[in-house]
Design a protein around this ligand. Structure first.
Ligand code: UDX
Length: 439
């Protein structure tokens, strides 16, 4: 919304949220989340055409277009638990819109939703009083955290799905006009509502599938002596495959990939497509296996016991340049290390608060340390789990001096130079690459 406000000075953008504390933080110009470049864009709109409010009802009543961006987590209860999307917040919002909207309102699905949600919403909206008219559009968001501002400034495409009726097409045009302020027309794709909803799930499933595919190859590399970086380069130069999203690692995390795939799996099951469901489910299974495999390799390398050993975790965020820890592989890795009776010390430049929250139930056995040098002091091993570039700049000779010997380094992101670290004195275990050990 900050980017829309920046590029559309003629549009008044009001962001409404029930969390008063967050509203205050946004109003103050200091975003309550870490996202590079966001604060600058926020300042452009604040006090001009970008407003934040806790008064959701008035915001609804005043709007011509409403973007609904509420949380749609995986359901934790009842039918479809663990797979289907929990739509309770979406439905509450829809009912609130139904009650408070005036005249004609375009409702835009921004949250990632199961296919055919727009249809269900339209049924709710049909119960409105005479004089109120609604049109539902799907406008999924493809930005990635950490690069959100660049992704929004020059998106690969903007996708808008709407009904094929004249009023549906008119609503689409309204939204196209907004994006056309800064996005070239040929990059604004319009489709029917279901295609737009499904495209979002499919895009994330394809991206995650690439990560799981290269991670599966990384397991073969470790067993055979091949090097996954060389394999990724060799296959990525085929222009039909392309070089992106081929970084093997400790597994994908984030609020979207797993949730959206499970959602897709649930959808397939609903339509009786069990082979298709199993196919996509295997992307998540492989991701789970990759995290387990990482810990198994640690145990094996460290003489089959971690009990009483201190392990420094370098990076807890699900990827670099974000403080977000949702579904971060670090959560599972830390829990498995604790199950082996290791002592875990977590360091991260942005995600320590998240880490404290995610490990709250085991916090008596975990320490949190902003300084990576202090985190590694007295440790038997370092497990690098987030690709923060600052971890490349550390003085590893100094780190090694403070560690127990023999010292181990498990690079879960292939971020560091294993030969150099071995030369310094570490026993290095990169992902999908031969070990560099001194033992
Ligand atoms: C993703 C999609 O990229 C984005 O289009 C969608 O809107 C939301 O979901 P995000 O979750 O922010 O974005 O992060 P992304 O950069 O896609 O990374 C997801 C996970 O995959 C991270 O844990 C990352 O470390 C991992 N990853 C990514 C790899 O392990 N290897 C890769 O080659 C790429």
């Amino acid at each position: 919304m900050a980017v829309i406000a920046k590029h559309c000075p003629d549009v008044r953008v009001t962001v409404a949220d029930i969390n008063a504390e967050r509203v205050r933080a946004w109003q103050s110009g200091t975003p309550p989340i870490y996202e590079p470049g966001l604060a600058e864009v926020l300042k452009v709109g604040l006090g001009r055409n970008l407003h934040f409010t806790g008064d959701v009802e008035s915001a609804i009543a005043d709007a011509d277009l409403i973007f609904v961006s509420v949380n749609t987590p995986t359901k934790t209860f009842g039918q479809g638990a663990g797979r289907a999307a929990d739509l309770q917040y979406w439905e509450k919002t829809a009912r609130s819109i139904l009650q408070h909207a005036r005249g004609q309102t375009v409702v835009v699905e921004k949250s990632t939703l199961p296919v055919r949600t727009a249809e269900a919403m339209e049924r709710i909206f049909k119960n409105g009083e005479a004089g109120k008219r609604f049109e539902v559009l799907s406008n999924p968001e493809f930005l990635a955290e950490g690069t959100a501002m660049a992704d929004l400034e020059s998106p690969d495409r903007v996708l808008i799905g709407g009904a094929e009726t004249p009023s549906g097409q008119a609503a689409i045009s309204k939204l196209v006009e907004i994006y056309a302020h800064w996005v070239p027309r040929e990059k604004i794709l319009t489709t029917n509502v279901w295609s737009a909803e499904l495209s979002k799930l499919a895009a994330n499933a394809f991206l995650a599938q690439r990560v799981s595919s290269i991670n599966a190859i990384s397991a073969i590399c470790e067993s055979t002596g091949a090097d996954v970086l060389e394999v990724a380069r060799a296959i990525g130069t085929d222009h039909r495959i392309g070089g992106q999203f081929l970084r093997a690692g400790v597994g994908f995390g984030g609020s979207c990939f797993q949730k959206d795939i499970l959602n897709l799996v649930y959808l397939c099951e609903h339509y009786g497509l069990s082979e298709v469901a199993r196919y996509w489910e295997s992307v998540v299974t492989m991701n789970q296996y990759q995290k387990e495999r990482f810990v198994q390799r640690m145990i094996r390398a460290m003489f089959n016991t971690l009990a009483g050993k201190r392990i420094a975790i370098f990076g807890f965020a699900f990827k670099a340049y974000t403080g977000d820890t949702r579904e971060s592989p670090a959560i599972q890795v830390c829990r498995e290390l604790l199950a082996e009776h290791a002592h875990v010390c977590v360091t991260d430049p942005q995600a320590l608060e998240g880490a404290r929250h995610d490990l709250a139930d085991v916090s008596d056995r975990v320490t949190f340390e902003p300084d990576p040098y202090a985190a590694a002091r007295g440790a038997h091993a370092i497990a690098l789990l987030t690709d923060w570039s600052e971890y490349r700049e550390l003085d590893y000779a100094r780190i090694l001096e403070g560690m127990e010997q023999p010292a181990f380094l498990f690079d879960g992101r292939n971020l560091l130079d294993p030969d150099e670290l071995r030369r310094i004195g570490f026993n290095v275990y990169p992902i999908g690459r031969p070990d560099r050990t001194r033992l």
